[in-house]
Design a protein around this ligand. Structure first.
Ligand SMILES: [Zn+2]
Length: 679
């Protein structure tokens, strides 16, 4: 039976509607008052560094019995596109540890008998919009990368009303994050906690034209074994409640610390972070805390008390990195930086980056000549630039973060700790950090299996690390060998200036290289450098140049009959023998790069030749009284992609042959050693 509304009923209905409308307005106003001014106001940085498309206000409570972090979160995403967006997508990273069939565990080679006590997860307890409307019915787990229905690391929320351009989507989420007991980047062991990838976090909405997007859509990848990051820069207001004896460090700036109960059992720390792409924290009663200042940056170091002997070298390393990257790339914009050297039981958290928080690795009594802690510290700090400030998509272009960062790590290490001893500086063994990447690349059996332009989870035969870190660093060194150090630094300064806080893609990096190289060098290297990237970044070919042979043939000619040939022939006196000396060079690999050639004569003369490296062979001919003693391709080791340095030189001096054998032996020994310490 239809109910005919009475006037009174209609009136009531209208009042009710008005009341709901008023309530909505008040709620929105309240949300605006508490959230927007907080985000807009500058507490840490003088001006916003980024577009701040997302915001997170999290109240986190660590329960040490259940190993669960209970979180109450208010968050928003702003639709800055011109699209009408019907859903939002969020990462739920901890679900990677939910069962043995998750994509993360499958990629890690986890056995089907996945240990339940090791598992981790994130449960959404409540999910509403700002006026309290339950959004749980619109929740859906999706697996955009592999269709794995056992993977719950990406949550799609279908919005009751699509977000129009300019709209802000507010969410209130209560969640529980169970930390895995085996620390893989994140987790806990005993009383040690490293809490990363722990809260529901927005993916990146890419409108058409952003990076490679041809139409608008969410870029929200599942959690994979390799690679972690692609996020908008955000403001974070995070309250962390832990038992009082715990020492806490985070990527935020500490704003307040208060007792959170009258018995004085727990404390609440309030942190604020601005314009960073991820927020992580750690808690452990055993940390010793040290602080130092570098220019505008207050640096905090947390490490086990028994590792105090490592404090000075750790601070020195991070200051070296700050100095070098500031000078050659751009400023470190935040006034705070925390780094952590986890205890042995938390070593799974070592070597990770969260922009204003990162983790190193060391152990007590590590000798001074082995610069392993420095290497990890400098590498992880460097991510503040390439993952943090530039914030490229590590899922899809891991080389743009890990490879570029490895290149800078190696430059910093060798600059501060010795050009040939950046990694190991022992009287009996010296190893440059830049040698590590090159050796890993040239010695890989699968170095041609795939190009650098691959999604992080698609590298076959265990080539992810070799390709993303090592091959990339090696071709970046090769690029620097060709265009020079100053042009290379200018490339990165321009890349920073143009793309900081804007999520560049690989093609944006290549455009910057092309622009800067031609601005600084005209057409010396062609109209652009695409020929270089096509072969190195996007190609799978090998680079190998060799001296095939050289010889000195005595001529039975008088001086008058010499035509051309040796331009440096001088002081030829009667009775001198004449020689036709020939250098035979070959391009063995597919990659074509310009190479320098040094020809050394027995009388001490030297001739520098340039070869564009394009043809399969190249001969240089000299006629005169002098004989060639040795020939070297690439004498300054600019072309570090060359997979075989041994065939780059050839000598007529028989004494040099044993030296070469010794070098061979030393290289294999170093390779063995490097493989050992890379584990
Ligand atoms: Zn890295």
């Amino acid at each position: 039976m239809n109910r005919v509304p009475t006037r009174r009923g209609e009136l009531h209905h209208t009042i009710k509607n008005n009341y709901i409308m008023m309530k909505k307005i008040l709620i929105y106003l309240f949300a605006w008052l508490i959230t927007v001014p907080t985000v807009k106001s500058q507490i840490i940085n003088k001006v916003p560094l980024s577009a701040r498309q997302t915001y997170y206000n999290i109240d986190a409570n660590l329960d040490i019995l259940s190993k669960i972090v209970k979180g109450e979160m208010e968050t928003y995403w702003v639709n800055k596109s011109t699209d009408i967006v019907p859903d939002v997508q969020l990462h739920l990273y901890l679900n990677a540890f939910r069962n043995s069939r998750t994509t993360f565990n499958k990629e890690s080679g986890s056995s089907p008998a996945y240990n339940k006590s090791d598992s981790g997860w994130i449960d959404i307890i409540t999910l509403t919009d700002w006026d309290g409307k339950d959004l749980i019915p619109g929740m859906q787990y999706i697996s955009p990368d592999d269709g794995n229905s056992d993977d719950m690391t990406v949550l799609k929320i279908n919005l009751p009303k699509a977000a129009n351009p300019g709209d802000t989507v507010f969410l209130k989420i209560n969640f529980e994050s169970k930390l895995p007991s085996k620390i893989i980047r994140t987790g806990n062991t005993d009383d040690y906690y490293f809490v990363a990838q722990w809260f529901p976090k927005f993916g990146v909405y890419e409108p058409a034209g952003m990076r490679y997007a041809t139409k608008g859509g969410w870029n929200c990848h599942q959690f994979h074994r390799n690679s972690e990051f692609y996020s908008n820069h955000s403001v974070y207001d995070v309250k962390i409640t832990v038992p009082k004896e715990y020492v806490v460090g985070s990527g935020g700036m500490l704003m307040a610390e208060v007792d959170s109960d009258t018995e004085g059992k727990n404390k609440t720390l309030t942190y604020r972070a601005e314009d960073i792409v991820d927020f992580a924290w750690t808690a452990w009663p055993g940390y010793a805390v040290f602080t130092e200042q570098w220019e505008h940056v207050k640096i905090t170091l947390l490490l086990p008390k028994e590792r105090i002997d490592q404090v000075e070298r750790q601070f020195t390393a991070v200051k070296n990195a700050l100095e070098y990257l500031t000078k050659n790339v751009g400023p470190f914009p935040w006034p705070h930086l925390t780094f952590v050297d986890p205890p042995a039981k938390g070593s799974g958290a070592g070597g990770m980056e969260y922009t204003t928080l990162f983790t190193s690795t060391s152990f007590t009594g590590i000798p001074d000549f082995l610069h392993l802690p420095e290497m990890v510290t400098i590498h992880e700090f460097g991510h503040a630039y390439f993952m943090g400030i530039l914030a490229s998509n590590e899922f899809e272009e891991p080389w743009l973060d890990e490879g570029v960062n490895s290149f800078w790590e190696e430059r910093i290490m060798d600059h501060y700790y010795g050009e040939n001893s950046g990694m190991i500086n022992h009287p009996l063994l010296k190893v440059a950090d830049k040698s590590m990447s090159r050796l890993s690349y040239i010695n890989s059996d699968s170095r041609q299996a795939v190009s650098n332009a691959e999604n992080s989870w698609n590298y076959p035969h265990g080539t992810y690390g070799m390709m993303s870190y090592n091959k990339t660093a090696t071709w970046l060194y090769t690029m620097m060998g060709i265009i020079g150090e100053e042009t290379t630094n200018e490339v990165f300064r321009e890349y920073y200036k143009k793309w900081a806080f804007k999520h560049p893609s690989g093609k944006d990096f290549v455009s910057v290289v092309n622009e800067v190289v031609t601005r600084m060098n005209g057409d010396k290297f062609g109209t652009d450098m695409n020929w270089f990237f096509d072969q190195t970044l996007y190609g799978t070919g090998l680079c190998d140049y060799k001296v095939a042979n050289f010889y000195n043939n005595k001529l039975n000619l008088s001086r008058r009959n010499i035509n051309g040939g040796d331009s440096i022939d001088k002081k030829l006196s009667d009775g001198d023998s004449l020689y036709k000396s020939v250098v035979e060079l070959e391009r063995v690999g597919e990659v074509m790069l310009p190479v320098d050639v040094l020809v050394h004569f027995k009388n001490g003369d030297e001739v520098h030749e340039s070869w564009d490296g394009k043809s399969r062979f190249k001969d240089f001919v000299y006629t005169g009284a002098r004989m060639i003693e040795w020939v070297k391709i690439d004498p300054e080791f600019k072309i570090r992609m060359d997979v075989n340095y041994i065939n780059n030189s050839r000598t007529s001096d028989p004494d040099r042959v044993p030296v070469r054998r010794l070098t061979d032996k030393l290289i294999s020994f170093m390779q063995f050693f490097i493989n050992f310490i890379s584990l």
